[in-house]
Structures are given as C-alpha cells and as structure tokens.
Ligand binder design. Structure first.
Ligand SMILES: O=C(O)CCC(=O)C(=O)O
Ligand SMILES: [Fe+2]
Length: 317
C-alpha cells in the first residue's frame, strides 16, 4: 500500500499554537552557551497529534548547530570503528542485525566517546514537556527511566522489520523519539521509517537532518526500509509508570487468546523481516516463528475471522 511520503519538500517546520517560552523550546543541552540554539520544538498541536494518532513528525526538532555537532560526534565514532554491531535477543539466542551498529548511552565508555549525546541522556526537558502536555502518559523523569541509542546504518540494505518498541511486559517504554542526522539524504537513498498505524494508512518518513518522529512505543508498529546510503539517527525511549496495564493486556488475552499487539503484527507480511535478515543467522528461526504464529492464530475459531475482517478493513484505507 502506498504510504504518504513525508520529505523535506512537503513537510515544513512544525507550526501550531505556542506554549510559554521555556516549554515551547525545552533545552536539550546542559551547557548554557548551547541552550539558546538547542531545543526541541514541541507545541500543543504536536502533543495533540501524538495523543490522537499515536505519532507526530517534527522538522527542526534540533537546532542546526546541535544537529551538526551530534552528527560529527557520531561520524567520528563510526570512522574510528568504535560503534558496536547491533545484536538482539530472539528466544534464547542473540543474533546480529546486518549492517546496523548501535551505541548505548548507558554505557560509560560511550558517554565518554559521545559527550553531546550523553548530555541528552541526562536532560529531562523532553520528558518534562511531554509530561506537562500529556499527563495521562504517566512519563517518568530521570536518566534511569529513559534509554538513548545512537544508530548507524551502513547502507547496503540495512533495515528493521515491522516491530513495536514495547511488545509487552516487562517493557516500560511509552514514547519513542527518533531523530535523524542525515544532511545529504535524497530520494532513492532508502532508509525511510514507515509507521503502520492500526487500520490506517502507512506514513513514510524520510530520515532528513534534524527531523524527529515521536510515537507511542506500545501502539505504533513501524519498520525501516532498506538503506542504500549510510544513515545516522538516535533514539530516546521514555518510560512510563502506567504502561501495559491489566486492562490493556488482559482484554484480548481473555477474549482472543492473544495480545492486541500480535493481532496487528499478524496483519503484516513477513516481507520486512526477510528484507532485514535474509541470509543472516537467525533469519530462518524468526520466519519459522512468524509462520507458526500466523498459522495458529488464523485457524483460531474467533481470531481467524476477526483478522480476516481487519485485513479487509485495512485494504480499504
Ligand atoms: O532507524 C530508525 O529509523 C528506527 C529504528 C527502530 O525502529 C528501533 O531502533 O527500534
Ligand atoms: Fe523501533
């Protein structure tokens, strides 16, 4: 299904009603001399969109100078060959994600190598701003209740299959904020983020410099298209004290013998998984699990027809 492409030409800087100054541009940096230039732009309209649709895309989320500084730090680490290969847990095994490298800012070695990113880990202005605008999210404040990862996709087809950043307990992630650091991104370079809001049209987000995509970690299925060109981004995940509630998780466990997230995943074809993992260790195991999951749910007496109905609704969007 063709998604709506958000690229620089079509999506101008975010506009919306303005909050009083200190909130409208919360400073993402500690150093005073950089505060005036750095900040996230989060208006009431942005927050409202996040609340109503589960996502919002904001251009100029970082000042040009902060975006450039972060990018140079990232490039320097990558050039020195110091960015660890991204590994992920699947069942009892760990596998490498092809062409993806990630630095976790909870790692003190990385904090030293990436001081500007480390400042962001210890800066709570984004969480505080969201907490004020969307108190129902129950966001927690402090470096221990957020994660920050810098990611390098070296091109050559690196991508992410459709997934949720919070696929259920014990995850406490509530909001994902991905920020892109690619000044030269052009159509054809690939690496677009694709949001798959439930039963709604896909939204394709080009990974352009200073652009941020904020979305509900537990509600928005998303994937990344294969990248042809090298691409950098960093992600902040904000935790909540009020996530994966019994009332969210038990409804379908009780009535449909599954959880709500897997209903949405089932509606995805395994194409994005194959694109990401083909030929890599772990690919066959993951496909096998996907096939088993799909088959067991499709033959479920209540869930099978329900998924068929949802697919039909989605095909009409
Ligand atoms: O690279 C991106 O645009 C998003 C990556 C992602 O979905 C993740 O790290 O969970
Ligand atoms: Fe993700």
């Amino acid at each position: 299904m063709a998604g709506e492409l958000l690229d620089q030409g079509r999506l101008g800087p975010s506009v919306g009603s303005e909050l009083p100054l200190p909130l409208r541009r919360p400073c993402l940096m500690k150093a005073d001399d950089k505060c005036s230039a750095a900040g996230s732009i989060l208006t009431e309209a942005d927050a409202q969109q996040l609340r109503d649709t589960g996502f919002v895309v904001i251009d100029g989320f970082l000042s040009d100078s902060l975006a450039a500084t972060l990018r140079s730090e990232a490039v320097e680490l990558a050039t020195a060959g110091r960015m660890p290969q991204h590994r992920f847990q699947f069942g009892a095994s760990q596998f490498a994600k092809p062409h993806i490298f990630e630095a976790d800012l909870h790692d003190e070695v990385m904090q030293e190598a990436l001081p500007e990113f480390a400042n962001l880990l210890f800066d709570d202005s984004l969480a505080k701003c969201l907490e004020l605008l969307l108190p129902d999210l129950g966001l927690e404040i402090g470096p221990r209740t957020k994660s920050l990862k810098l990611q390098r996709n070296c091109g050559r087809g690196g991508c992410f299959p459709a997934h949720y950043d919070n696929a259920g307990r014990p995850s406490r992630r509530a909001v994902t904020c991905v920020v892109y650091l690619n000044p030269d991104w052009r159509q054809g370079d690939g690496g677009e983020l694709v949001l798959h809001p439930f039963l709604r049209k896909e939204v394709v987000v080009a990974p352009a410099m200073g652009r941020a995509a904020l979305f509900r970690s537990d509600r928005i299925l998303h994937s990344v298209r294969p990248a042809v060109a090298e691409r950098f981004c960093f992600t902040i995940w904000l935790d909540s004290s009020d996530i994966n509630r019994d009332s969210d998780c038990n409804l379908t466990a009780k009535h449909l013998s599954t959880d709500p997230l897997s209903v949405a995943s089932l509606m995805q074809s395994p194409a994005s998984l194959i694109a990401c993992m083909e030929g890599a260790e772990g690919c066959e195991e993951m496909l096998q699990e996907h096939r088993q999951h799909v088959q067991s749910q499709q033959t479920h007496p209540q869930l099978g027809p329900f998924i068929k109905h949802l697919r039909h609704l989605k095909s009409e969007t």
